[in-house]
Design a protein around this ligand. Structure first.
Ligand SMILES: Nc1ncnc2c1ncn2[C@@H]1O[C@H](COP(=O)(O)OP(=O)(O)OP(=O)(O)O)[C@@H](O)[C@H]1O
Length: 323
């Protein structure tokens, strides 16, 4: 790294953590750099150590060994007041929203601003802007009980953005939502990350969440980092058995004829043009779900067919043509 390059948003250096009374570490020699402006998924099965990572990032736990640098700062070495101001640079979106039932959507979003001493008029104006950004301008006066799960999570995202964090940590933020609502929330998180140039960390046990929202992925198992890299690369060529198991868990059970293969792809849509091009390839659509860039689909197709994928900013899947 050059002396002029900014420090990574997060840097775990050989971090180990064992809870009191336990013999097995929750995290072991965990090393990972999260560059600023990336969208990184941290995925693992139950007990892999994800919550422990979240607690470390949030400053609720400190490493037993190694160190964790947030924007280049070792939080465990800061005085409490400095640590708190650093922690305010991290916005957290929770699985169960953690909204205060007795406060309206607006009241929930103003809360961090209130605690930071922002005057009433300024905090209300800011909270209204944030609610508008997450698509809830009309629902500012509703209480959490009057909102759907997706709407509650939008309030949670607005609240997490209130103090203009550099880093947004989404902790199983869509696990309590149905697939369609979940896709909307992931699209919002992606949009927020891009428009505000944040670093987004998505902690999840769901591979689809990583595939949909993250540029990079780190796979955690038994407290260890077992694989990491660009999401597309890791998912296309998973090297570790845990990654392969996570991928296989989503494969639809369909019989394959000799010479056929099952592929997960992102299609622009399921319109007549797309279906015609799939048919021209000899591809059969076996499962489809909404995706921020179109449709997430499982196809059965000849092993020799070109990869019918769509990447943002690239020419949509070159099917049927000479490619
Ligand atoms: N407060 C605690 N005291 C003792 N052991 C703990 C504590 N919290 C977690 N552990 C242990 O640490 C290991 C990692 O747990 P962690 O909660 O970080 O995993 P996880 O990946 O978040 O799992 P899940 O997806 O089930 O929440 C597990 O073996 C767990 O039993």
């Amino acid at each position: 790294m050059s002396v002029l390059s900014p420090p990574p948003a997060l840097l775990f250096e050989g971090v180990g953590k064992t809870y009191p009374g336990q013999t097995t570490p929750a995290l072991q020699n965990f090393t990972l750099a999260v560059p600023r402006g990336h969208r990184v998924g941290i995925i693992g099965r139950s007990g892999a150590g994800k919550s422990t990572l979240v607690r470390l990032i949030g400053g609720l736990e400190t490493p037993d060994t190694g160190r964790l640098l947030v924007q280049g700062q070792d939080l465990s070495r800061l005085m409490p007041a400095q640590r708190r101001s650093h922690q305010a640079r991290i916005g957290v979106v929770f699985q169960h929203f953690n909204l205060l039932a007795q406060r309206t959507a607006l009241g929930n979003v103003t809360l961090p601003l209130e605690l930071a001493g922002v005057p009433r008029a300024a905090r209300e104006a800011r909270a209204r802007e944030l609610l508008e950004d997450v698509g809830l301008a009309d629902l500012a006066g509703r209480y959490p009980a009057q909102l759907s799960g997706g709407q509650k999570q939008r309030v949670g995202i607005a609240r997490a953005l209130a103090l203009e964090p550099d880093l947004l940590l989404a902790d199983e933020a869509t696990s309590a939502l149905d697939p369609e609502t979940s896709a909307g929330i992931l699209a919002l998180l992606t949009e927020v990350q891009r428009s505000r140039d944040l670093t987004l960390i998505v902690v999840t046990h769901q591979l689809e969440v990583v595939r949909t929202a993250c540029t990079h992925v780190a796979v955690l198992d038994s407290g260890r980092l077992v694989e990491s890299g660009e999401t597309r690369e890791v998912l296309a060529h998973p090297a570790h058995p845990v990654t392969r198991a996570l991928l296989d868990a989503h494969r639809p059970q369909v019989p394959l004829a000799p010479g056929e293969t099952l592929r997960r792809v992102t299609l622009p849509d399921l319109g007549a043009g797309t279906l015609e091009r799939l048919a021209a390839l000899g591809a059969r659509l076996v499962q489809a779900e909404p995706h921020p860039q179109g449709v997430d689909a499982w196809l059965v197709l000849p092993e020799t067919a070109p990869h019918p994928d769509l990447r943002p900013g690239e020419v949509p899947f070159p099917l049927g043509a000479s490619a």
